[in-house]
Design a protein around this ligand. Structure first.
Ligand code: ADP
Length: 163
């Protein structure tokens, strides 16, 4: 069984994330979308909210081999705990590469048996980030088409309250 973990802040989960997830779901037997529980990042959406939105998206998209979860502490420890041999990340620009290059070295040091698989962003999503969704939403702009449709209303309403 090839099991992958797609970790991230997912604050909130965007259609850029969905594209990476669909690619991974086609490659692995099971994929866990794992929400990082790190309050130091001052997330807008709580971990429970983010997991709930991801669950709704999994259900709506019919991604039968995808599960959700959350973790705090070391990602490689979480991966080991759920039996995953692969980490999944998306690459948008060279800045992502720089960051991922460093994280990969650290993860290899911590657990040489776990490998990371990268998917290039769909060019249509290469400028899409959770932070841009938050900014647009907080300023009253349209985030339609930037987040999964099943979560659109919820995110919009929550961001409007954030102003
Ligand atoms: P993190 O805080 O761990 O970077 P994010 O939620 O911002 O968490 O992103 C999770 C992963 O998804 C990262 O590997 C990131 O590069 C990737 N990602 C984010 N947005 C996109 C996008 N639009 N297209 C492809 N990959 C993306």
């Amino acid at each position: 069984m090839k099991i992958g973990v797609y970790p991230g802040s997912f604050d909130p989960f965007t259609i850029g994330h969905l594209d990476v997830l669909k690619n991974a779901a086609g490659l692995f037997d099971t994929v866990f979308v794992a929400v990082l529980n790190n309050n130091a990042k001052s997330p807008v959406f709580s971990v429970d909210d983010r997991v709930e939105m991801i669950d709704r998206m999994i259900e709506t998209e019919g991604l039968t081999n995808v599960r959700s979860g959350s973790f705090s502490g070391l990602l490689v420890d979480y991966a080991k705990q759920i039996g995953a041999q692969y980490l999944i990340r998306g690459l948008r620009a060279i800045t992502d590469f720089d960051y991922e290059f460093q994280i990969d070295a650290v993860n290899r040091h911590l657990n040489p048996d776990i490998r990371t698989v990268y998917f290039m962003a769909n060019p249509a999503h290469s400028f899409l980030s959770s932070s841009s969704v938050r900014e647009i939403g907080e300023m009253g702009g349209s985030i339609e088409g930037l987040v999964p449709a099943c979560n659109y209303e919820y995110i919009l309403e929550r961001l409007a309250r954030q102003k």
